[in-house]
Structure formats: structure tokens, C-alpha cells
Design a protein around this ligand. Sequence first.
Ligand SMILES: Nc1ncnc2c1ncn2[C@@H]1O[C@H](COP(=O)(O)OP(=O)(O)OP(=O)(O)O)[C@@H](O)[C@H]1O
Ligand SMILES: [Mg+2]
Length: 307
Amino acid sequence: MVNNQAGVADNAAEIVAGRSAADGSEARRGPAQGETHRQHGKEEEVVIEVRDLTNRFARQVVHHKLNLDVYRGEVLGVIGGSGAGKSVLLRSIVGLETPASGRVRVLGQDFSSLAPERRSALERRFGVLFQSGALFSSLTVVENIAVPLIENVGLDRPEAEHLAEVKLALAGLPASAGAKYPAALSGGMVKRAALARALALDPDILFLDEPTAGLDPISAAEFDQLILTLRDALGFTVFLVTHDLDTLYAICDRVAVLSDKRVLAADKLDVVQAINDPWVQAYFHGPRGRAARQASQASRQQTTETH
Ligand SMILES: Nc1ncnc2c1ncn2[C@@H]1O[C@H](COP(=O)(O)OP(=O)(O)OP(=O)(O)O)[C@@H](O)[C@H]1O
Ligand SMILES: [Mg+2]
């Protein structure tokens, strides 16, 4: 398993190192644009700023005056019970939900005040992997990845498909998967294909909604490692909704807990898991939480011994 993970990671790192500047991604990653915030003695640049966000569907209030900051380059894990509003929060940040009130600023810009063309330009700086995968079933994998390159960048089809093949490899899929339709892929391959599409436009922020749900533990661990490798190599920020405790221990820099319509805490894992809240305690200190913590400690010890 360790070898496999290293293989995927090396592969991704090699592709990143060899990436041509033809897609303009280096130039596009501009200078700092957000607010800064002092955290653990460090100046952090805020790339997502959510203030007093309220979302409701008919009479159901999902978020009430929710606040959250996400820092440039971090992997932020977002957790909370089923129905707590994690996916709605993600959709609010990427501009797919219009909040009842409050403000969301992404990369220093407020969606609600942007003209349509500036809004599309901002949207191009995100990659989103939705909870369902959301690939077009009538298109092959390569065509799925090529769509944003044709529609948003204006590449012609052969160019877009060529770049799509690079993204496919970056997401750890064999070239042979490119010609397949989503229905012919395994669950793990669907996640990787959706990741490749999310990476198509070289995002500044990658949004992942339950990327390892339904994967076997080995595939899930490989996927986690891939995200970490890509983040380290490409420098994007990751907003990661997950139920997966192993993922939290393996790759998250901070964890935000959604509870009671707001963010109960957003901090380092050791701080968050000590919070005196019934859901937090049950989540981290139940049998699955204990097993994940022990596995993470064992893997850290193994890493220390081998270095
Ligand atoms: N478009 C919608 N119309 C009406 N209600 C919605 C809509 N989208 C979400 N909801 C409701 O908002 C609440 C939060 O949903 P959300 O999908 O954000 O939960 P979640 O935390 O992502 O849960 P899970 O872990 O199961 O994915 C749920 O009660 C859901 O039914
Ligand atoms: Mg959800």
C-alpha cells in the first residue's frame, strides 16, 4: 500500500514538474489578494471569508450567521453530522446558492457584487468535486475533462483533449480510462475522473465534497495522498468536506466543525477533538475515532523510523 501511494504521488509530482507553462497557470497565480489573519503566531492570508452567512430553504434554517476563514494553501477539513449543512456551505462559497443574508468573499472578491463576466473569471479559479461525482454520463472521461477547457478557456477540441489526458494522469488514472464512459468506471475511478475535471483549469482553490466516500480503505488512503501531493506541488487551497476520520488525520491542516447552524470551531485537529461538545466527543472518541487516531499514530511512528 505504501508503495502504491508513493507510486501515485511520484507520478503526480513528475507530471507537475514537467507541466508546460502553455496553459498560463503559473502566470495566473497572482500575488496575495485576501485579508490576512494572525493564527498560531503566523500571518495567514484569508482566501475564503464567510461572514454572518444565513441559508434557509422555505422554513428550514440551515446556517445562521455562520463565520469561517480559510487560509491560502491549507487543507481545511469540514465535518459535521449528516444534514448539518456542509454541502450547502460549499455550494454557497462557490456561488451556487444565494444566501438569505451574509457575505462570502473568495480570493478577495464578493460574488454578489460581481458583474457576470468577472463572476465567470472568479469561478474559473475553483475546481469542484461534487458529492455525486457529477460527470456527464453521455461523454467519455476525456470529453468530461475537456468540457471546462473548451467552454472556459476556449481551447479547440484536440488541444482540450490533449490537456485532459495530462489531467487524467495527474489524477492517477491510466490513459485507457479516458475513452470510457462514467458508467464503465469503478467508484474509485469516478472520483479520480471527477478530480481530473476539477483540476482542469489549474484551480487556486479545490473544493472536494466527500471525495473518499464509498472507496475501500486502500483506495481512500491513496486518494488522500494524491490530494496532499498535488496540494504540495501545485500550491492550491483545499476545502474538503468529509466524514472520513482517516482523511482528517492524514491530510488536514485544520478542521472546521459544523454544528447547530454555525461553525462551532475551526482549528488544529488536537484542539478541535478536545472540544466539550456531545457530537465532537462522539465523533472523535467513539470506536472509529479511536481506531483512526491509533492508525495515524502508527503511521507517523513508521515514517519517523524509516527516516
Ligand atoms: N436545494 C435544497 N432544497 C431544500 N433543502 C435543501 C436543499 N439542499 C439542501 N437542503 C437541506 O439542507 C440541509 C443541509 O444539507 P446538506 O446537503 O448541506 O447536508 P450535509 O451536511 O452535506 O449532509 P451529508 O453529510 O449527508 O452530505 C438538509 O436538511 C437538506 O435537506
Ligand atoms: Mg453533503
